[in-house]
Design a binder for this molecule. Structure first.
Ligand code: GLP
Length: 239
């Protein structure tokens, strides 16, 4: 793992944005694995800015998101479908037909099979990851098998509590989600993990220095050969 710690979030997100700008200039037809949550938002802002400054284009880019809630109304602002349009897709020149998010509103078996097939056919060049405070990646909660493919998962109470800040109440946070599986995440040629804030420091420590165990899903990243981890000093303070 290549681990970089930054004194400021500004410097951290500049560094991550630079990686994307460089990679997109080398290959404008990248297949990107994208993430949601609060963590990637400043990166998406920087990529929108880079697009406006004509440093990059998303015209040839394909995207695959990690996960989606199950049971939210189509119009709910916290569906990851709406999140991605609001935070990135609506502001750049991406072809929306080339953006993919697991579907949380159709028959589960169909949704899982569809996404598994799509991922098989479209190898991801760079997978972006945040990390849950319990070590989840995507919505792969603790004790998800490392060999999992896209599946339906019951969200951990900790995850629902963490994410309740974005909803009116804990009751409104979905209990289930559809997520890319861990084995599919590991297929990406390159993985970029971002973590900021003290509430991530335990999970970050376990991801980097702990044993590789299904009880801390992000620990499997120790076995991937091309992972870059971008941390602020708060998230890194236990290392
Ligand atoms: C969310 C997402 C994850 C994300 C994590 C951390 O629920 N499913 O992909 O990495 O939990 O979220 P945040 O960045 O808001 O802390």
């Amino acid at each position: 793992m290549n681990i970089q710690v930054f004194q400021s979030k500004e410097a951290l997100y500049d560094a991550v944005a630079k990686v994307y700008i460089d990679r997109l200039n080398q290959n404008p037809n990248l297949t990107l694995g994208l993430a949601t949550g609060t963590t990637p938002i400043p990166l998406y802002k920087k990529l929108i800015k880079a697009y406006q400054e004509k440093l990059i284009s998303f015209k040839g880019v394909k995207t695959f998101n990690l996960d989606e809630y199950i049971g939210l109304d189509e119009s709910h602002p916290e569906t990851y479908f709406n999140f991605m349009r609001r935070e990135l897709f609506n502001h750049v020149d991406i072809d929306l037909n080339q953006t993919h998010i697991p579907n949380g509103r159709i028959d589960f078996n169909e949704a899982m099979k569809d996404y598994q097939l799509l991922l098989q056919e479209n190898p991801i060049d760079i997978q972006l990851l945040g990390i849950g405070s319990n070590g989840h990646i995507g919505f792969n909660e603790p004790n998800t098998p490392f060999d999992s493919k896209t599946h339906i998962i019951e969200l951990a109470l900790k995850t629902r509590i963490d994410n309740s800040r974005l909803f009116n109440s804990l009751d409104e946070v979905p209990t289930h989600a559809i997520t890319m599986g861990i084995s599919e995440i590991l297929e990406a040629k390159e993985i970029i993990v971002i973590a900021t804030g003290k509430n991530k420091s335990d999970a970050v420590y376990e991801m980097i220095k702990g044993p590789v165990t299904e009880s801390l899903p992000a620990s499997i990243l120790q076995r991937h050969k091309n992972v870059m981890v971008f941390l602020d000093t708060d998230a890194a303070h236990k290392l």
